[in-house]
Design a protein around this ligand. Structure first.
Ligand SMILES: *Cc1c(COP(=O)(O)O)cnc(C)c1O
Length: 417
């Protein structure tokens, strides 16, 4: 029986029990038990995901779609089974709206190529926000450069909340797309994507939501959001690397050009003309990441078994504890103090470079991230080159939050010598 089977009530979770599902969390680092506070960069993997992928390679391995033999039929079943799992996970109306990608980055690039290059032209505008990950900035910049279009950026206030009045004024007949992060990986802000989508739709503008930080940490319902595209990565959601998801509305996906050309995305090929396969295969050229797709299915089943509502509630408790603990340390400044926040705490310590904080915490077995978090414009907005960032998952414990506080105090004491 896995730990998730013994959970008491759906509203809470037993993090101590769940930790036993994660082999990595049993190891030591520099002589200390690992305290893994870098889940916003990538999450650890439960044994069920590792086992499912091993089982596929050891006992079921074959390619998908192309062959008529039994193994291939079974692999195809498992592969397409994950598509149903993802559709349920996001509450997508139809499975053909789920496209497998390499990750969030590829999902956004797919939309930039398939939608952007076809429907966005000179003088048009794309709106993003000042808190975006580079993955939701650079593809749009490249598109703007190619087409002579313009990027508009929703500003943030000192707490890390988007200034919606400024956004409303940006929406004009020139706006062709809004691309917005659901949760900022650098600040933790949960953006009001419902309002952003509603306002965009009032102008007939489609919205892409970058859900890399949201899908693993809170319930996501693409129909309730009414977003036009939603993307996330498997590796931040307890799944393998190299796999991600793009959800799209059918009418948009059908009007889009394919991103990559090749095998499996065609209906017929002649040297004069190729016709494309129907959704979702039109966007899945070549042999896909089969084991990773199957592993992703196991990961999303695992998360749903715990319950996304319970995960969000539990992680919010860790956030409150961490915010209070770090705020109590003189010299620590938390960057990102929005009302609605996910369990991500970016901070600086007076007189100590974030990289030094990260290095010294590592000596204590505490893994955090230090740097610009692939969000250099955010760092510039708050006047810092980098921050230290502790990010939490449902497998973290209150005792680990305390260990972080103690280790930061120790770091400050060392630097004071
Ligand atoms: C991690 C992250 C990305 C990029 O995800 P990849 O898995 O590296 O493609 C994009 N946006 C946000 C908000 C992220 O946190």
């Amino acid at each position: 029986m896995t730990a998730q089977a013994v959970l008491a009530t759906p509203a809470t979770l037993d993090a101590v029990a769940l930790r036993s599902d994660f082999p990595t969390l049993r190891r030591t680092i520099n002589g200390h038990p690992l305290v893994y506070l870098d889940s916003a960069a990538t999450s650890q993997k439960p044994q069920v995901v590792i086992d499912r992928m091993n089982q596929f390679y050891a006992e079921e391995y074959s390619t998908v779609r192309r062959s008529i033999h039994l193994l291939s039929a079974k692999a195809t079943q498992a592969y397409e089974g994950t598509r149903r799992t993802v559709a349920q996970f996001l509450n997508a109306p139809e499975t053909r709206q789920i496209i497998f990608t390499k990750g969030t980055t590829e999902g956004i690039n797919l939309v930039a190529h398939g939608y952007g290059r076809k429907f966005i032209g000179a003088g048009d505008e794309i709106i993003i926000s000042a808190t975006e990950h580079h993955a939701n900035i650079v593809p749009w910049q490249m598109l703007c450069e190619e087409k002579g279009a313009h990027l508009r950026v929703i500003p943030v206030d000192d707490r890390g909340e988007l200034i919606l009045e400024a956004y409303e004024q940006m929406l004009t007949e020139r706006t062709k797309l809004v691309a917005i992060g659901h949760i900022s990986n650098a600040l933790g802000t949960i953006h009001p994507v419902e309002d952003i989508i509603r306002l965009a739709h009032a102008h007939g503008v489609p919205v892409l939501v970058d859900g890399a930080q949201a899908a693993p940490h809170m319930p996501v319902d693409v129909q309730a959001l009414d977003c036009d595209f939603y993307v996330f990565s498997g590796h931040k959601a307890c799944g393998p690397t190299g796999i991600g998801v793009l959800y799209g509305k059918v009418e948009l996906l059908e009007r889009m050009n394919p991103f990559l050309g090749g095998g499996d995305m065609i209906e017929t090929v002649t040297f004069e003309k190729t016709t494309y396969a129907p959704l979702p295969h039109k966007f899945e050229a070549g042999t896909p990441a089969i084991a990773e797709v199957i592993g992703l299915g196991a990961a999303l089943d695992y998360l749903r078994g715990i319950g996304l509502e319970a995960i969000a509630t539990y992680e919010h408790q860790l956030l409150e504890q961490a915010t209070a603990r770090l705020s109590s340390i003189p010299g620590v400044r938390i960057i990102g103090t929005a009302q609605r926040k996910a369990a991500i705490v970016s901070f600086t310590v007076d007189g100590i470079h974030p990289h030094d904080i990260g290095t010294l915490l590592d000596q204590e077995g505490i893994a955090i991230r230090a740097g610009h978090h692939c969000a250099q414009p955010v760092m510039a907005r708050y006047g810092v080159p980098a921050t230290a960032r502790a990010s939490f998952a449902f497998y973290n414990l209150p005792s680990e939050v305390e260990a972080l506080g103690v280790a930061i105090e120790k770091t400050i004491a060392v630097f004071a010598l």
